[in-house]
Design a protein around this ligand. Structure first.
Ligand code: PLP
Length: 378
C-alpha cells in the first residue's frame, strides 16, 4: 500500500526539529531548554516532536493545558514537563501523580493544588508565575507577597515544592521595545522578593523564542522556545529562519486534483473575485480553510506549482483553491507545495502570514486535524 496520503499532507522533518533545538541551545549555552509542544507542537505533532526535542537535549517540555501534558505522559514520555494554563477543577491530582510541574498564578490555584497534593499524599511541584507586564496570566506585583507567603507556608507543610519562578514577555518580538526592559526589571524584583522569603527555585525563566534568539540577558536558567523549535521565525523583524540558523520542520504538500484550460473572462471560485484575462490553465489545489489554509489569504496565498510560486486565484474555499498557471502546464497528481522552506524555493509560513495579515505562529498551528502528518527522520 502506498502510505503517502494523496490529497494533502504535512511532512514533518524531525531532524529539523533536532537541529533547531541544538541551534537554540547554542544560543543559550548556560541555560536549559524547554521545548514548548502545546497545541500539538504548533501543529507539528506533540509526541514525535517532544521526543525529537528531548533527543537533541531539551531538558524540559512545556504545554499550555494539563491535558496536553498528560497526553505526553500517556505516550510514555519521561523527563520534566510543565503546564501553565489551569482553570478551577483542573486535573491537579493527575498532574501531581505523573510528576508534572504545574504553574500557579493566584491563590485559587495554590489552594486547589495543595488540596490535591494532600489527597494524593504527594508533594506537588509548582512554579509561581509573575505578571511582570504582559497583563495576561500570572500574579500581579501587588498580590505577589500574598502568593509567595502562602507558597512558602505550603512548602513548609510539605504539600508543595516551588521549583520555579517565571514570567512571559509581551513584546520580545519587537527588538528595543521599552516594555522588555521594564518586564525584566519587574521579574528581577519579584524573583528577589520570593528568594528573600525562602523560595529557592530550581529554574527561573522568562525567555520565549524571540528573547532566546535576541536577548541573552533574558535567558536565566531556562529558555522556553516554541516556534523556533519548528524552524519558523517569530517575526519578520528578527530575520528569516535561515538567517536565524533554523530549518522549517513542516512542508505542506498537496497533489493537484485537476488542471484544465478555461477561456478568457472566466470567473474563478466563490464570488468571482478573480477573472481570467486570457485563455489559461487553472490548477486545483485540494486544500482549503478546513485544512487550515487561511481564507483571509484569498488572492494572495503563495503555492509552488510547476516550478513557480503562484498566488491563490480568487477565494480560498473550505476544501480547495485554484491557481492560474497561465501558459504553463501541469497535470492532476503533480505536486503543489503550499508551505515549506524558502531555501528550497518554497513558500513559507512567514509568507502565508503576510498574505493572511497574521503571524506565522497561527499559520502552522492552524493546519487542521484533517491533514495527515508524515514524519521524516523518526
Ligand atoms: C507561556 C509561554 N511560554 C513560552 C511560549 C513559547 O513562545 P514562542 O513560540 O515564541 O517561543 C509560549 C507560547 O506562546 C507561552 O505561552
Amino acid at each position: 500500500m502506498n502510505e503517502t496520503p494523496t490529497r494533502v499532507y504535512a511532512e514533518i522533518d524531525l531532524d529539523a526539529v533536532r537541529a533547531n533545538v541544538r541551534a537554540l541551545r547554542a544560543r543559550a549555552p548556560r541555560s536549559a531548554l524547554m521545548a514548548v509542544v502545546k497545541s500539538n507542537a504548533y501543529g507539528h505533532g506533540a509526541v514525535p516532536c517532544a521526543r525529537a526535542a528531548q533527543e537533541a537535549g531539551a531538558a524540559w517540555l512545556g504545554t499550555a493545558t494539563p491535558e496536553e501534558a498528560l497526553e505526553l505522559r500517556a505516550a510514555g514520555i519521561q523527563g520534566r514537563i510543565m503546564c501553565w494554563l489551569w482553570t478551577p477543577g483542573g486535573p491537579w491530582r493527575e498532574a501531581i501523580e505523573t510528576d508534572i510541574d504545574v504553574s500557579v498564578s493566584g491563590m485559587w490555584a495554590l489552594d486547589e493544588v495543595r488540596a490535591a497534593a494532600r489527597a494524593a499524599g504527594r508533594t506537588a511541584r509548582i512554579q509561581l508565575k509573575a505578571d511582570t507586564g504582559l497583563g495576561r496570566n500570572g500574579c500581579q506585583p501587588a498580590d505577589w507577597a500574598e502568593l509567595v507567603g502562602a507558597a512558602v507556608a505550603a512548602q513548609a507543610e510539605g504539600t508543595v515544592q516551588v521549583t520555579g519562578v517565571w514570567s512571559h514577555f509581551a513584546c520580545a518580538d519587537e527588538p528595543g521595545h521599552p516594555s522588555i526592559r521594564l518586564q525584566l526589571d519587574a521579574f528581577r524584583d519579584m524573583l528577589a522578593y520570593a528568594e528573600k522569603e525562602g523560595v529557592d527555585p530550581e529554574v527561573r525563566h522568562i525567555a520565549n523564542s524571540p528573547a532566546t534568539l535576541t536577548l541573552p540577558e533574558t535567558h536565566f536558567d531556562l529558555v522556553r522556545t516554541g516556534l523556533a523549535v519548528y524552524g519558523v521565525s517569530p517575526s519578520p523583524e528578527l530575520g528569516t529562519p535561515a538567517q536565524l540558523g533554523l530549518r522549517p520542520a513542516m512542508t505542506l504538500r498537496a497533489s493537484l486534483a485537476l488542471v484544465k484550460t478555461v477561456p478568457a473572462g472566466h470567473g474563478v471560485s466563490y464570488g468571482h473575485h478573480y477573472v481570467t484575462e486570457s485563455e489559461t490553465h487553472l490548477a486545483l489545489v485540494p486544500a482549503g480553510y478546513a485544512d487550515g489554509i487561511p481564507r483571509n489569504a484569498s488572492g494572495r496565498g503563495p503555492v509552488l506549482v510547476a516550478g513557480k510560486i503562484r498566488r491563490a486565484a480568487g477565494r480560498i474555499a473550505m476544501d480547495q483553491f485554484v491557481v492560474d498557471l497561465g501558459e504553463d502546464l501541469a497535470e492532476a497528481g503533480d505536486e503543489a507545495v503550499i508551505l515549506g522552506d524558502a531555501e528550497r524555493g518554497e513558500p513559507t509560513a512567514e509568507d502565508w502570514a503576510q498574505a493572511a495579515h497574521t503571524i506565522a505562529y497561527e499559520i502552522v498551528t492552524r493546519i487542521g486535524g484533517r491533514v495527515p502528518r508524515v514524519y521524516l527522520g523518526g
